[in-house]
Design a protein around this ligand. Structure first.
Ligand code: WTA
Length: 652
């Protein structure tokens, strides 16, 4: 039995939130107002009538024209808040300027080198307006796509909000991806403008961005201009007529800009995520439903209050940052912390020092981070006063019970409930999650958010209790994605064709006898490396793009800190000299093609790979080998002898 499984079986404790947390929570107050006794009653009533539930919440936000109908569901087609007119930026910024939030701090930003900047809602509003006017001056119009490749600096949310304000569609690409990955995403979206920075700080070094982008812009014909933010103060090679410094164009820009009225269903952004093929999927979200969904979950799951200091320590390049660093907290009018650099830099006390300094009340991070800090030991958090914390959160991968208990004890001081939120780029908002009133079992993501019907089913679509199966969502939710950009066929095929009219998440899960959900991992060939979604096929295609490589097979291997690390089995072309340098060359090649997060932990040079008679590589067999488990039925293999070849690294 694996250690992890053993720990899961041992950890039987249930952690109940204190009466103070329950009684003070937004969800409890809301339930009292609607005469609902507990989660079960709330879930029952909201499932019976999701329109009622979402109409109540949408009514807390402002609409230029109120919607006429809450929901039209003709799976997989969905529309929320029909005929409503709004703009998410009106709710995230404009309305605050008229009221008490005007001078409140929106973001406390800390650079890796210790520099601190604070932006009030009014500062942010004016900066977004200037940025939006700059985009307009470069010819950006409603519906145009803008690709953004920025690190964790304030100009990233500013650029996103500026796009949304004028009705342009932003496509943010994680700054840890390679410039080549940025180019692929620009071309898929057909973006008009690209935005980047000169560079940023990471573990004490400056990472250059602009000069890397120079190399790819010859292959992105749709781009007319590149807007560059000066941040790291490093040299950037500029191209006349195409490249514009943000700080130079900014001076001439008006700090007022009209917010364009958008239909609820108008697209807000595209965010690329990995699928089972080598080509990333452009997940499309819209203004109306997304706005209501992220707001509701921040209010009820993270129990956001006016005086809270919120820190979602994700990167804005991923959905967690889009929803819970940029949009939801601003809609709420809360103060957020934003951090540029590496969490363990210059020492493993960094995060805890920042929690103390800014008196953060709610902290949201990924299990990988928790496991990394467990390794450094509790002596680091013990140096700091973390008593301001009230709630904790986890996202991105299953959290093992030991890490859960460590987080609860050493960061939460045994008093902060942990909201382990399951959701995806596609869902836009939390789907299966505890509420601050829930009794928690470490390692379980609790139950669906009110009004959403989630299930675990077998291959025939029948519900299963107790055993593992496909995790599916059987009802619509407002922040659901509406399509894959330029690829409706893949949208249908990936998510809606396995079980008709039911959303297939791609995860395997189990529901226990109390209705608690336990996520077991992905069922497709998507790996989860330090909480990042990376597809096996994407890494394989990067490897075979190297001139020395004939074939490659990539699988994830369990890792105590990162969840999974990448193992690559490679067959070299004939006549290529094998040596251990070549392994590093190939690792670097993947770095350049996709980014450091996709670089294999190990590359094994082999002479053969197990294949079916149709020539398809059997990753299942390779995975079993890597795990040290029996390879199972190999009768369909065309070359069973290849299984033993996997053990023989030709370099060693
Ligand atoms: C995984 C991240 C277990 C899951 C918001 C999902 C989780 C994928 C959890 C989506 C969780 C996310 N427990 N697994 N609390 N949250 N996952 O699109 O496999 O980057 O399908 O969105 O992360 O990753 P994505």
């Amino acid at each position: 039995m694996s250690n992890e499984l053993e720990a899961l079986l041992k950890e039987k404790r249930v952690f109940n939130p204190s009466t103070e947390i329950i009684e003070g929570s937004n969800i409890k107050k809301w339930m009292d107002k609607h005469n609902l006794k507990d989660y079960d009653e709330l879930q029952e009533k909201s499932l019976e009538n999701p329109q009622w539930f979402w109409n109540e919440i949408a009514g807390e936000l402002e609409w230029f024209q109120l919607y006429k109908k809450v929901l039209k569901w003709d799976p997989p087609n969905v529309e929320w808040f029909l005929d409503g007119k709004t703009n998410i930026v009106h709710n995230a910024l404009d309305r605050h300027i008229e009221g008490p939030h005007k001078d409140k701090i929106a973001f406390i930003w800390e650079g890796e080198n210790g520099e601190v900047k604070k932006l009030s809602y009014n500062d942010l509003y004016m900066e977004v307006n200037r940025f939006a006017n700059a985009l307009k001056s470069l010819g950006v119009e409603k519906g145009d796509r803008v690709s953004i490749y920025l690190p964790m600096i304030l100009e990233l949310p500013i650029a996103m909000l500026a796009c949304a304000k004028i009705g342009a569609i932003h496509s943010v690409v994680f700054s840890g991806f390679s410039a080549k990955a940025f180019a692929d995403r620009i071309n898929d979206a057909g973006s008009k403008i690209a935005i980047t920075a000169d560079g940023f700080n990471r573990r004490g070094k400056v990472i250059h961005l602009k000069n890397k982008v120079n190399e790819i812009l010859k292959d992105t014909p749709s781009i007319t201009n590149l807007l560059i933010v000066q941040h790291a103060g490093v040299e950037a090679v500029m191209k006349d007529g195409r490249d514009v410094w943000w700080h130079e164009i900014r001076d001439g820009m008006d700090s007022e800009c009209e917010t364009v009225s958008m239909d609820s269903e108008d697209p807000l952004f595209i965010l690329y995520t990995s699928g089972t093929t080598g080509k990333p999927k452009g997940v499309v979200h819209v203004h109306g439903g997304y706005m209501v969904g992220v707001y509701a979950t921040l209010k009820f799951v993270f129990d956001m209050k006016e005086e809270d200091i919120w820190w979602c320590a994700a990167d804005i390049g991923w959905i967690t940052g889009h929803s819970y660093i940029v949009y939801a907290p601003l809609i709420f009018g809360v103060t957020s912390i934003m951090y540029e650099g590496a969490p363990e830099y210059p020492n493993p006390g960094r995060l805890w020092r920042m929690l103390e300094d800014y008196k953060a009340t709610i902290f949201y991070t990924a299990p990988t981070t928790i496991r990394m800090f467990m390794k450094y030991g509790e002596k680091w958090p013990q140096k700091y006063d973390l008593t301001s914390l009230r709630l904790l959160g986890s996202v991105g991968e299953p959290i093992n019970p030991e890490a859960w208990v460590w987080y609860h004890k050493h960061i939460g001081g045994d008093k902060c409930p942990i909201m382990d939120t399951w959701w995806q780029t596609e869902t836009g908002m939390h789907i299966i999650t505890p509420l601050p009133i829930s009794d928690l079992k470490p390692g379980s993501v609790f139950k669906p958010f009110p009004s959403i019907k989630v299930d675990v089913v077998d291959d025939d679509g029948e519900s299963i209790i107790g055993g593992g199966g496909h995790l599916v969502i059987k009802s619509p939710w407002p922040a659901m994605f509406r399509n894959l950009y330029n690829n409706p066929d893949r949208y249908m095929e990936t998510y809606w064709s396995t079980f008709p009219n039911i959303y297939l998440s791609g995860d395997v899960a189990r529901q226990d006898e109390n209705g608690y959900f336990w996520i077991q991992g992905r069922e497709d060939d998507v790996m989860s490396v330090a909480g990042h979604r990376i597809s096996s096929a994407e890494v394989e295609s990067a490897l075979v793009s190297h001139h020395d490589v004939a074939e490659a097979a990539v699988v994830g291997k369990a890792d105590p800190i990162k969840g999974e690390v990448i193992y690559a089995f490679v067959i070299l072309k004939q006549g290529i000299k094998r040596n251990s340098d070549l392994k590093n060359i190939l690792k670097n090649h993947v770095r350049n093609e996709i980014g450091p997060i996709a670089s294999p932990a190990d590359i094994i040079l082999v002479s053969d790979l197990p294949k079916t008679s149709s020539g398809k590589i059997m990753r299942r067999v390779i995975k079993a080998k890597v795990k040290g488990e029996p390879v199972g039925d190999i009768s369909t293999l065309a070359n069973p002898e290849a299984v033993d070849e996997l053990d023989k690294d030709l370099v060693i």
